[in-house]
Write a protein that binds this ligand. Structure first.
Ligand SMILES: [Mg+2]
Length: 310
């Protein structure tokens, strides 16, 4: 049987939780992370703030320059985690298997619980309605035949969106004239490499797939398969007791050599991971800083221990 996958992604999650709990923040550009008087970065921000060009992982001073009238506040991970647990309870009412990607995002395997796309679509709408009614929050939901297509679908009508991609043909139809970057796993660096050899759209990838396979190896295979809508990855059930590691990552929109800023981002990510690690009964966690250099090589610059005594 073909897979039916739902991808749920909360809209501006941290910011939406704060607005829900303090309605006087509604409609204001809300920036969660460091305060403008501190060193640090933006963890997330409301859609109103995004209009000013503020985005996740931006230096807080830069955010302040772009949006001086914004409301700035520290994140409250404990609260977001509690909301996340409530969300997962709702999601589990529909999914046979659930794979959380972050506090606010997960893949749900509804292949057997839904049986067909009609019912999967109803489930997705129920999830949206219950999230609004029970938690006072909105989410965007994609229903599709694969994980990549489901994630693409949930992005398609954000915020408060709903979209379906039932077949690989539908996926290709939607994506074919889009920028290569719109394909999952094609980041800024890969896009640049593709552009350099005259490949700009998903159509170009399809037409020159042999060349891409040759030049880009394993990643090339993934990219070319995706350009044809092929993705057989399964939803992998998350069991906290099986977790050997927890991670959080962020991708910068531009390359940076600003190590003070990187340090600030690391602390923010470390705090978030530490919070999850504490829930998973660990008392310490190690944070590794993986990077990708200009030449495309990856590595780990340093590790830092963020510990919390139990
Ligand atoms: Mg989200």
């Amino acid at each position: 049987m073909k897979q039916i996958i739902i991808h749920v992604d909360m809209d501006a999650f941290y910011a939406s939780v704060e607005v829900r709990d303090d309605p006087s923040l509604a409609g204001k550009p809300l920036i969660i992370g460091a305060l403008p008087t501190e060193r640090g970065v933006v963890a997330t921000c409301s859609y109103e703030a995004r209009k000013y060009g503020v985005h996740s992982a931006m230096n807080i001073k830069e955010a302040y320059r772009r949006c001086p009238h914004g409301v700035y506040m520290h994140p409250n991970f404990e609260k977001y985690r509690a909301v996340s647990e409530q969300l997962r309870k709702i999601w589990y009412d529909y999914a046979v298997k659930m794979e959380p990607i972050a506090l606010d995002e997960a893949y749900l395997d509804v292949t057997y619980s839904a049986g067909d796309f009609e019912r999967a679509g109803e489930m997705a709408r129920e999830i949206k309605a219950r999230t609004r009614k029970e938690l006072g929050l909105t989410c965007s939901v994609g229903v599709a035949y694969s994980k990549t297509a489901a994630k693409t679908a949930s992005e398609e009508k954000k915020p408060d969106g709903y979209f379906e991609i039932r077949t690989a043909e539908d996926f290709v139809k939607l994506m074919i004239d889009r920028d290569v970057k719109s394909l999952y796993t094609v980041g800024a660096k890969t896009a640049e490499k593709l552009n350099r050899i005259g490949i700009y759209t998903v159509r170009d990838i399809r037409e020159r797939k042999d060349e891409i396979l040759e030049r880009f190896g394993k990643h090339g295979q993934l990219i070319t398969e995706l350009s044809f809508g092929i993705d057989d990855r399964k939803v992998i059930e998350y069991k906290p007791e099986d977790a050997k590691s927890l991670s959080r990552e962020v991708t910068f929109q531009e390359d940076t050599e600003n190590y003070r800023m990187l340090d600030d981002v690391l602390v923010l990510l470390a705090l978030s991971v530490e919070d999850r690690a504490t829930t998973a009964c660990s008392t310490t966690c190690w944070c590794c800083w993986h990077f990708r250099s200009k030449t495309g090589q990856g590595g780990t610059v340093f590790t830092e221990r963020a510990s919390r005594s139990s």
